[in-house]
Design a protein around this ligand. Structure first.
Ligand code: GLN
Length: 221
């Protein structure tokens, strides 16, 4: 049973074909928006924004085609705010190798999949994201690398520290945001909060926004 007043909450979708969509749903709900699973074209109705989660981009593209979601999703991400994390940035880019269908082409970037190696080569590293106030915990799981970023696309996140050498790991083009890492696998809500307010233009309940702006809690992933 939704709590009283739930109808007034902005609705944000999370592509729920495969991958870690449940963690994005939890982060969005913690910030006071109503998170909705998106698996079919009709699930896009009434959404203010959408999140494309981490997972396996090849599988997501296949399931998108099977569910008739490809064209409606392509249209949606050209009109509304979208956040893609890891496999999500692969889906949003213009180019990546080994996909069963072209990516959605909403972000003018070329992406190299699994660019740090296999699952065992996954790692955590600090990220510098000025928009959320500085250092953010970066969780990289079979992560992609941005090999080309068009001049029109803004770099919003870079790897920090000696080993990171400032490599771009997050980009924005208007309402379209893509990350190579997984903010949803931390307890730090600052990135989701920034996306919802600064990119999607949504108003969050004051208490939730304040909580997200506070000091980050421990990383769980
Ligand atoms: N390697 C995956 C892909 O190519 C992405 C991994 C992830 O989302 N953590 O789709």
């Amino acid at each position: 049973m939704p709590p009283a007043g739930a109808a007034a909450r902005p609705r944000v979708g999370v592509l729920a074909l495969q991958g870690d969509f449940a963690r994005h749903v939890a982060a969005l709900e913690a910030l006071g928006v109503a998170a909705a699973h998106v698996a079919l074209p009709r699930d896009l109705e009434g959404l203010e924004a959408i999140v494309l989660p981490g997972g396996e981009s090849t599988t997501m593209l296949r399931l998108m085609a099977a569910n008739g979601l490809r064209r409606p999703l392509e249209a949606f991400v050209r009109e509304r705010a979208v956040l893609g994390t890891c496999a999500g940035v692969i889906l949003l880019g213009t180019e990546a190798e080994g996909l069963p269908a072209p990516p959605l082409g909403a972000l003018d970037v070329s992406v190299e999949r699994n660019a740090y190696g296999r699952q065992i080569d996954s790692f955590s590293a600090p990220i510098d994201i000025p928009a959320v106030g500085g250092t953010f915990p970066g969780v990289f799981i079979r992560a992609p690398r941005l090999r080309r970023v068009a001049p029109s696309v803004e770099v919003i996140a870079r790897r920090a520290g000696e080993n990171g050498s400032g490599e771009p790991v997050g980009v924005r083009s208007g309402r379209v945001v893509g990350l190579c890492f997984h903010p949803e696998l931390t307890c730090d809500l600052r990135f989701h909060s920034w996306f919802l307010t600064a990119v999607a233009g949504l108003a969050l309940p004051a208490a939730r926004a304040a909580a997200a702006a506070g000091p980050p809690r421990a990383e769980t992933a």
